[in-house]
Design a binder for this molecule. Structure first.
Ligand SMILES: [Zn+2]
Length: 453
């Protein structure tokens, strides 16, 4: 890691991260018309961000009350909101903001994390970073819809409208924290007749972010639907490696080839045994090389690796999965690669569940808008998630407080209550207050100039 006082480390502190969002918001193209100009776009963006960062749907109401009672408020001191807009104003103005303008913040933060060595522990034994892709629903309704909605007609005549995003996140073997990279939204393409797909979204994402993968030795991890011949070829052309789940139902030809190679003795096998404290776990691994991803002459030939874990005592299958890759897998490195490939579940557990189950107040607070609203809110929610991930790696007081409070929920409950009743002049002030009252010694944050905050 570079020096704790390096400018790049400073860029990963809470105030700098919020400052960057503020600059982004100030530079948004302003497409509003008429009497909408009362609020600065930065106040609208930072206010919405504050809701997600505090995971408190009532945060802005509480701060309006505090401003009335005390003449100051935490939306201003923590997030730099000059004048808190109403929920209606936030809804109306954010609907005009294309979330793409916010995406560079994810990319810049990632570059800074790499530059300061914060992701060194995330690298695999081959020196690579793992990036998981996964499609996530973030809106679904039978009534509310917009031009960007996906539509699904049911046999009883009803229609489900939904929004899906391709979420992406840096994950690491045995690393609990994940770091979102820019998402790609699924929207109707070529007019409104043709539905978008996760694989099409992944191709668009790759066109835009191949450089990130190439520059930082990123390996893509994804579920079976991404293990798709044209997409994998696109990756090969871009020189990007992948470890994708490969299921028998969707890869019949590949599994037939593996069966044939098995019969001719051309599949490599490895069996290991582990004691889990109660039973013996037998892991059977196998590798088959040069197998086609699909039933065409031009199909990509991949390496197939498979892992089956069973209990020796009762014969139960505990885990089974096959993967396709072009990485250099051998019997020596097989277990390592399978572990990397299995790290994909982190994006489901850490990233998506957190978004879905906690602080996911998008619909009933703001509605879904007619243009960009739901996508922009989702992007700000992801950005808040990213900022928390960064702080959990880069901010000693944040680490102390989070570790002491145990669960995420307790941390956010406390932040909600504290920011309702007390005024803090900075985010570090809030963390220091929490650390002091938890009777854990806060770590003094020292500026490069030597001043203690
Ligand atoms: Zn919609």
């Amino acid at each position: 890691m570079s020096s704790p006082f390096s400018p790049k480390v400073d860029r990963l502190k809470f105030d700098s991260l919020v400052e960057r969002l503020k600059e982004t918001a100030e530079n948004l193209p302003d497409s509003r018309t008429g009497s909408n100009g009362q609020y600065a776009m930065k106040d609208v963006v930072l206010s919405a961000f504050a809701l997600f960062f505090t995971q408190s749907p009532s945060f802005l109401n509480f701060q309006r009350d505090m401003e009335r009672n005390k003449g100051k408020n935490n939306a201003a001191s923590l997030f730099g909101v000059f004048k808190i807009p109403s929920d209606t104003q936030i809804r109306n103005l954010l609907d005009l903001v294309d979330p793409q303008y916010i995406f560079p913040l994810f990319e810049n933060a990632f570059e800074d994390l790499v530059a300061v060595g914060a992701l060194d522990e995330y690298r695999t034994s081959q020196g690579k970073l793992l990036l998981a892709l996964d499609g996530v629903y973030y809106f679904s309704s039978n009534k509310i819809h917009c031009d960007q909605c996906r539509t699904q007609e049911h046999s009883n005549g009803t229609i489900t409208y939904s929004h899906t995003v391709l979420a992406t996140a840096i994950v690491g073997v045995n690393q609990p924290v994940v770091f979102p990279l820019p998402p790609e939204f699924l929207t109707p393409q070529d007019g409104h007749d043709k539905q978008d797909s996760e694989i099409a979204a992944a191709k668009r994402w790759l066109e835009r972010y191949a450089h990130l993968c190439q520059n930082h030795d990123i390996v893509l991890l994804a579920d079976d639907i991404f293990c798709h011949d044209p997409f994998c070829k696109q990756l090969v052309e871009a020189g990007i490696e992948f470890l994708f789940v490969c299921k028998p139902e969707s890869h019949k030809t590949l599994y037939e080839w593996v069966d044939d190679l098995e019969k001719s003795g051309d599949v490599e096998h490895l069996t290991t045994k582990q004691w889990d404290g109660k039973n013996h776990q037998i892991s059977d691994y196998r590798i088959a090389r040069q197998v086609p991803l699909r039933d065409t002459d031009d199909a990509l030939l991949v390496t197939f690796m498979e892992c089956t874990i069973r209990c020796e005592e009762n014969g139960k299958i505990l885990y089974h999965c096959g993967f396709a890759t072009l990485m250099d897998v051998s019997l020596e490195t097989l277990e390592d690669y399978i572990e990397q490939a299995r790290t994909r579940w982190k994006i489901e557990n850490e990233n998506n569940n957190t978004l879905k189950n906690q602080g996911y107040h998008l619909e009933h607070n703001f509605g879904h808008g007619s243009q960009f609203l739901s996508a922009t809110l989702l992007t700000l929610n992801l950005l808040a998630f990213l900022f928390h991930s960064i702080l959990s790696l880069m901010d000693a007081n944040y680490q102390l407080v989070r570790a002491n409070l145990g669960t995420r929920e307790t941390f956010f409950d406390d932040v909600r209550a504290l920011t309702r009743y007390f005024y803090f002049d900075s985010f570090q002030g809030l963390l220091t207050f929490m650390a002091e009252h938890l009777e854990i010694a806060p770590i003094q944050q020292i500026d490069p100039g030597g001043q203690t905050r």
